[in-house]
Structures are given as C-alpha cells and as structure tokens.
Design a protein around this ligand. Structure first.
Ligand code: HAM
Length: 416
C-alpha cells in the first residue's frame, strides 16, 4: 500500500453534520417531539387529518409556481441515474396540491389536511434559518369562503396558545394580494411597477427609511403625483391614504370582515399590515404572517395565505385552498425568548441501580415483570458506586430510581 493511501485511510472524519441540517440528541428530540406533537394535536382539534409524502419530488413541480428565488437559489436539485431532475422538497404546498389533484374525484371536500414534514432549502444558516427545518402545514381545500380564511388563522392562533403563548407575545399581520392588485389597478401601475413595488415592500423593514423613500420614488418615477399616497400607504401602513373607492372595494371589505370575525372569536392580536406580501407566487388573496412581539426576537415566525389557482398547474379546475406553514426553528426561538420551553422528561419510568453483581438476575426478572405492566425500566450494569448510578439516572431525566443489593433482595423491601 502506498504511503499516500495509508495516510488517507488514517485521516479522521469530521463528526460535524452537513452544514445547516439537524442532529437530534435525545434532549433535542424530546423538544422536537413536543413541538411536532403539540402542532399535530392542535390541528386535529380543528378536524384536520394527517398526510405525508416523500422528500423527493420532480423538480418541475416547483418551477411552475413557487417563485424564482426558491427555485433558482434555494433548492437542492440533482439529476438521478435515469436523467430525471429531482428536488428535495423545499416546501410542502406543491406536494399537497399535487396529491389533492391526483385524487380529486375520490376525496371529500372541504378537505382538512395537515402534515409536519422536514424541508430543505439552500440558505445561509443563521438565527431562524437553517438548511433543514420541520414545518407544520395546515391546509383547507375546496372552499373559497371567508370562513375558511378565518378558520386557518384561528388554527395558527390556537397552535400558539397550545404552546402557552399569550396574545401580547405575538401578533398576526394580515393583508390581501387581491386588495393590493385592486389598488395597483386603480392607480394604473404597470406590471413592472407592481413587481418592483412588491419587492420593495418585502424589503421595507430591512432598509433605512431614506432608502425606502428614494427607491419608491424611483419605481414611480413617471408618477410623481402618487408618491405621497404610496409613502403613506406602504411606508406607514396608513390605509386612510387611499381613496374611498379602494377602501370600499370588496377585497378590502373582506379583509375587514376577517378581522371583525377573528375579534368575535376572541382573537384580538390581528391587524392589517400592507407590508405583508409573502414570497411565493401562488398566493392569490388573503396572506398573513405571525410575528414575535418581543424586542429580543422581533421577527416573522411563520405565515400562509390563500392560493386558489395552484391546482390549475395539474390541469385541474380551479380549486380554492388556504393554509399556512409554521417552522420549528423560528417557533423554538420564540419559546426560548418567552420562557415557554417544557422541562425535559424521559420516556423511562424507572432506573434500577444494581449494587451487587449477584442480584443482576433478580433485577432482570423484576424489570421484565414491570415492563409487562407497562412500566419502562432501565437497569444499570456499570457496577459503579450507588451515587454515580443515581447521578446517571438524573442526567437521563428518569423520575424514579430503586437501588438494589443483596440486603434488599433478601428482605424484599426497596426504596423508590
Ligand atoms: P414560507 O413562508 O416559505 O411558506 O415558510 C413558512 C415558515 O417555515 C416560515 O415562516 C418559517 O417559520 C419556516 N421556514 C421557512 N424556511 C426556513 C428555513 N430555511 N429555516 C427555518 N425555518 C424556515 C411556505 O413554505 C408555504 N408553503 C406555507 C404554506 C402552506 N402556505 C400555504 N400553505
């Protein structure tokens, strides 16, 4: 064997995971399970049922409607051995839409579906953004009624409450793409102006005010008379800058109705926010995003909206749909910020510390009997001192311990 290949063989592998994906040690797994189970239970309380799919999808699924950024810059895409282009799912909505389209005739509508898949996006890992995250998806297919929009926002609100969040800890910001389109129509904005304006709105909170003003004036350079209106409307979220005609339009009245109904359902932390546009191209109407209100973590936690035309990419008739996606990473930051993390517990009920090798077989028999009764039992075989064995049990968060030696077995008495 050459020196070189010997050297290669002895080279140590890194124990780091691939950048931006997740390892779950048991305490992390405990928290992760708690998050996903709480999400799932809340969705089920509203009558949603679980579906699932593979992480691999044909790449063309995302090219149709997801939006340029996600397709060109953020997907993990490769060519398989049969020359097909394959993508690791970056979101679940196209998969859900595909599955609904495939069995549309057999499914009973309105369809309430939820899922908690892991998703992959090639992003620069940072707080709240990783390359792999899990996302609760809650979607309601087959009804265009405002009640469906209200229900979806109510589920999002209920999920937050299920994690112990109070209304002052988060805020629901709502807008409507259809309403924005109406305003743009009213002012006869060109396609180009609308597009660049939407991108500016999306960037608004990340740039200086002066920059925002100059960008807006630049986008509307041929329409100086509109600068004032749009600076107030978009820059300051001041709806009163708009004329009566826009404020009385159906799309705005619908937004008002959503807010009113939420309030009558005791959801009081929702408000209109023109800066909510959301990234994906498929949204058609109501869109919303939920923000953490803490100054320490003042950021968007998750969002969703109505997407009535997505099924049309499968050649299906128009099928209205509304839903949201809530990520586990941003949620975990929220729970940490507000001190809402649960205390770790172990699935193991009892730890048997064995103080004498002669009683191992007794420990086995007792553990087997208890397991048959439904009690989860682990035995310590290390033969370490009692104190060390007890320390191990508490490090593992096991709530009950018995220590056994020859005396205990002889007297048939144990301390729990
Ligand atoms: P999205 O806004 O791209 O929407 O993602 C929803 C949520 O997933 C985000 O607000 C965030 O909580 C989480 N998320 C997204 N990307 C990452 C990342 N790189 N790292 C950590 N968390 C992330 C959608 O995906 C839509 N498909 C949601 C939807 C369902 N709309 C209707 N139904």
């Amino acid at each position: 064997m050459s020196k070189e290949s010997k050297g290669e063989r002895s080279k140590k592998l890194s124990s780091e995971s691939y950048k931006g994906v997740r390892d779950f040690y048991p305490d992390d797994k405990f928290l992760h399970n708690y998050i996903l189970e709480t999400m799932a239970q809340t969705a089920e309380r509203f009558g949603y049922v679980e579906y699932g799919a593979s992480i691999l999808e044909n790449s063309e699924l995302y090219e149709a409607k997801s939006g340029e950024e996600i397709v060109n810059e953020q997907t993990y895409t490769f060519t398989d051995r049969g020359d097909r282009r394959v993508t690791l799912r970056p979101e679940m909505t196209p998969t859900a839409a595909r599955m609904v389209a495939k069995k549309k005739r057999e499914l009973a509508f309105p369809l309430r579906w939820y899922s908690t898949p892991n998703l992959f996006r090639y992003e620069r890992p940072q707080r709240g953004r990783l390359r792999e995250h899990w996302q609760l998806n809650v979607d309601l297919f087959g009804t265009s009624s405002l009640e469906a929009d209200i229900e979806i926002i109510s589920v999002a609100h209920a999920v937050m409450e299920a994690f112990g969040a109070k209304e002052d800890m988060f805020a629901i910001h709502i807008n409507s793409r259809a309403f924005m389109d109406h305003v743009y129509d009213f002012y006869s904005l060109s396609e180009e102006e609308r597009y660049t304006l939407s991108k500016l709105i999306d960037r608004k909170n990340k740039i200086e005010k002066e920059r925002f003003v100059s960008d807006l004036q630049n986008i509307l350079k041929d329409k100086a008379d509109l600068h004032e209106v749009f600076l107030r409307f978009i820059g300051e979220n001041d709806f009163s800058a708009l004329p009566e005609h826009c404020l009385n339009h159906k799309t705005k009245r619908e937004l008002d109705k959503i807010l009113q109904d939420l309030e009558s359902n005791d959801i009081r932390n929702a408000k209109l926010d023109v800066s909510i546009v959301r990234g994906f191209d498929y949204y058609t109407d109501m869109v919303f995003e939920v923000f953490d209100t803490s100054p320490e973590n003042n950021r968007s936690l998750f969002g969703g909206g109505r997407y009535d035309d997505l099924l049309a990419i499968f050649g299906e008739d128009h099928l209205p749909a509304v839903g949201f996606g809530m990520g586990d990473v941003t949620l975990q930051d929220f729970l940490e910020t507000h001190d809402l993390l649960p205390t770790t517990t172990s699935p193991t009920d009892l730890y048997i510390c064995v103080l004498d090798k002669n009683v191992y077989s007794w420990a086995h028999t007792t553990a087997s009997r208890l397991r048959k009764e439904g009690i989860n039992v682990a035995i310590d075989y290390t033969n370490k001192k009692a104190g060390d064995q007890v320390k191990t049990a508490s490090k593992l968060f096991i709530p009950h311990i018995i220590c056994i030696g020859e005396d205990e077995v002889e007297n048939n008495t144990f301390t729990l």
